[in-house]
Structure formats: structure tokens, C-alpha cells
Design a protein around this ligand. Structure first.
Ligand SMILES: N[C@@H](CCC(=O)N[C@@H](CS)C(=O)NCC(=O)O)C(=O)O
Length: 202
């Protein structure tokens, strides 16, 4: 297997953390997003959408989408389980992972893309959309804080893929100087807990 990724990107990091949680080694090739390496014909043969990460399997199959890649790694290496251990846990984790992705990761990514202009060479950008996205992200954070008042991790008693998504989103928002309420009490408690895991260094 070979992972084509940009480790500094939030989606690249999501898979890197999952790999670290599993304690496995996967050959990696870093892709230069700033230099548009992901838009080359060679890269688009791996993922026609031109996004990282992409996992190449030994039979030549390409898997993209960070959660799909993580799910595949989880099926090969079930411990520790990142997608739950029974039907209800699996659905609950999926629910929270989707909530993180749709209500926080996407708005944070859209705020970054539309306000920084980093990808203006490859897509239309709108400052207004960036500002709206920033507001959507800000208003979503307290809902995650409320959930973390009730549970140790975002989707229950165990660390899961939903925690990986939330951690990578918040760290990316912080690194790109987005004005989110990072210091809410339950988020702060959870952030210290998950950031202390060795995998968070990935
Ligand atoms: N839903 C995809 C999103 C992948 C994605 O947007 N990757 C970003 C990096 S975080 C990317 O490749 N951006 C390059 C570009 O837009 O040109 C996933 O979960 O993997």
C-alpha cells in the first residue's frame, strides 16, 4: 500500500492519525498542494477529483476520501476500533462524524479557501461566502461543546474517527487563525485529552 498525501492538510492528517492509532506503517508520498501537484494528470489518474489523501492498494485500486480510507484500514486492523464495536456504536459514531464534517470541517475549509485565496488559481472564490462559512463554523462549536458535557469523547465513551475529524478541524482552524470559541469548557477538556494521545502528533 502507498499513501499519497499532504500531511499538513486536515484530511491528510485525519488518515495519518488513524494510521498512528493502528500502530501500522504505510509508505507515504507527500503531494505539494501549493504547487498544484494534485491537479496533474498523473495524480488525477489516482483521484479524478484531484484531492488528497489517496491510498493505493497492492492490486492497483485507488481509495480516496479520508473516512473511506480510514474505514478500510480499520477493517484490516480492527484494534483499536475507530468505528465502534456494535451496530448502535457504529451508527452513533457515523452520526457524529457526519455532524463534524458537515457543520464544522466544511465551513472551516470554505472559510479558509474563500478568505485566504490559497486556491484562487483553481477555483472561483467569494469573500462573502468565506465570511458566511466562518459564521456557520462559529455557531456550530457550542453544539459540540454541549455534547462533550455528556460524553468523554465526541461519540461516546471511546475515541473514534469522529474525534479525529473534530481534532483535525479545530487544529486547522487554529493554524489558519480562524476565530472560533476554542476555549469553551468541555471542548477544552476534550482537546487536552485527545491532544495528549501519541497519534495526535501525526
Ligand atoms: N472529502 C475529502 C476531502 C479531500 C480534500 O478536500 N483534500 C484537500 C486537502 S485537506 C485537497 O486535496 N485540496 C487540494 C485542492 O483543493 O486543490 C476527504 O475526506 O478526503
Amino acid at each position: 500500500m502507498k499513501l499519497f498525501t499532504t500531511s499538513a492538510s486536515p484530511n491528510g492528517r485525519r488518515v495519518n492519525i488513524a494510521v498512528a492509532e493502528k500502530g501500522i506503517e504505510i509508505e507515504k508520498q507527500e503531494i505539494d498542494l501549493g504547487g498544484a501537484e494534485n491537479l496533474s494528470d498523473e495524480f488525477k489518474a489516482r483521484n479524478p477529483f484531484g484531492r488528497v489523501p489517496v491510498l493505493e492498494l497492492d492490486d492497483g485500486t485507488y481509495l480516496s476520501e479520508s473516512v473511506a480510507i480510514t474505514r478500510y484500514l480499520d477493517s484490516l486492523h480492527p484494534n483499536p476500533p475507530l468505528f465502534g464495536s456494535n451496530d448502535l456504536e457504529q451508527s452513533y459514531i457515523e452520526m457524529w462524524n457526519r455532524r463534524v464534517e458537515l457543520n464544522l470541517l466544511m465551513p472551516v475549509a470554505q472559510a479558509f479557501r474563500n478568505l485566504s485565496g490559497m486556491f484562487k488559481d483553481r477555483e472561483k472564490i467569494s469573500k462573502e461566502w468565506g465570511l458566511i462559512s466562518a459564521e456557520v463554523a462559529q455557531s456550530a462549536v457550542p453544539l459540540f461543546d454541549d455534547q462533550l458535557a455528556k460524553t468523554e469523547f465526541i461519540a461516546g465513551d471511546n475515541f473514534s474517527v469522529a474525534d479525529i475529524s473534530l481534532l483535525c478541524t479545530l487544529d486547522f482552524a487554529r493554524a489558519t487563525k480562524q476565530d472560533l470559541p476554542f476555549d469553551l469548557p468541555n471542548i477544552s477538556r476534550w482537546y487536552s485529552l485527545v491532544s495528549a494521545r501519541p497519534s495526535a502528533k501525526a
